[in-house]
Design a protein around this ligand. Sequence first.
Ligand code: GDP
Length: 422
Amino acid sequence: STDIPHQNLAIIGHVDHGKSTLVGRLLYETGSVPEHVIEQHREEAEEKGKGGFEFAYVMDNLAEERERGVTIDIAHQEFSTEAYDFTIVDTPGHRDFVKNMITGASQADHAVLVVAADDGVAPQTQEHVFLARTLGIDELIVAVNKMDLVDYEEAKYKEVVEEVTQLLQQVQFDTDDASFIPVSAFEGDNVADTSENTNWYGGETLLEALNDLPEPEPPSDAPFRLPIQDVYTIDGIGTVPVGRVETGVLNIGDNVSFQPSDVSGEVKTIEMHHEEVPKADPGDNVGFNVRGIGKDDIRRGDVVGPADDPPTVAETFQAQIVVMQHPSVITAGYTPVLHAHTAQVAGTIESIDQKIDPSSGEVAEEEPDFIKSGDAAVVTIRPQKPLSIEPSSEISELGSFAIRDMGQTIAAGKVLGVIERD
Ligand code: GDP
């Protein structure tokens, strides 16, 4: 349906705590698996004399992907409650999950944190909560999963709730904005229906809690920005850059500027889902054609904006970062790869300006010699090639980035201020 509000939902939590299973369960309980697919599976299952086939279908597919070594791609799955259309963003289990969480085309409005009752808070639980906090997710539903494995014991549930509450307090997360639900993704307890296995629990089911989430913040009044994902040449049209509108509106006839490539022109056509449209709004994935711009004039990583309010190109920028994992220490001069929207550019940490106490947000040390895993800091970064990036306070959609090195996400960052290139 298109007349109810939309929510981007992240499912976060430690590997194997049941994120994929829970998504499968949500899709199944909300009737989001196509009927013909269920029917086909029903027939197959009946032939083989298997029961519980509908849910098994969703899970079999996930298991098959896992066996084939494929990323369990539950991202972009959709389901609806009465109040909202949900899209699952990001890809749990994916090795680039953290990077995607920061630079992902669609940022999550809210998150479900999955914590297995038999395991409790684990390293990625901590990491993801920290990130959710940095990236401004302010409402969290905590699904204490695999309750079937702990015999639906209230004491065990309370223990995990206590552990998670402490973690949330550590990162200054207002625990009034977190709700806790004992579930079994596998058995379906407290997902769509209140479970008799947890008579001691009087709260909402997971679907009720999702339905009761506050509405996402309305789109900002930031100017038009669209990071370029790819550039195609299409017969009869010409050069067609494609990407997702992050903020503002793109109209036919607008004069737009591509930065840092620094070319501009008038928008002739906009296409969405293979149809021509007069304009594109935030969230729309579009291809468009701009008068006089050829395939070699622009590239992935460019950001498009109005010609009279073009995307900012940084000479240097100051950012608050959180170091998530680094084998040793980070000192001035370190040059990892910056991933911001669709751009990937080497960037040098020119100076470490302040170390921040993550629990209070206060400055812990001016100009420290180094920072290490777990530290938060304000740093000044010089991109080694032109990079379009915006202060998070002005255009948050284009104001966060990931720092990657040796195939790993080292840190997550938010842009505080930009010194523009001349
Ligand atoms: P992910 O890595 O967080 O996506 O975890 P998965 O969804 O792949 O689940 C990891 C394992 O835990 C799988 O073998 C699941 O079948 C199992 N699992 C997930 N949820 C439950 C649950 O509620 N109860 C039980 N007993 N097992 C579960």
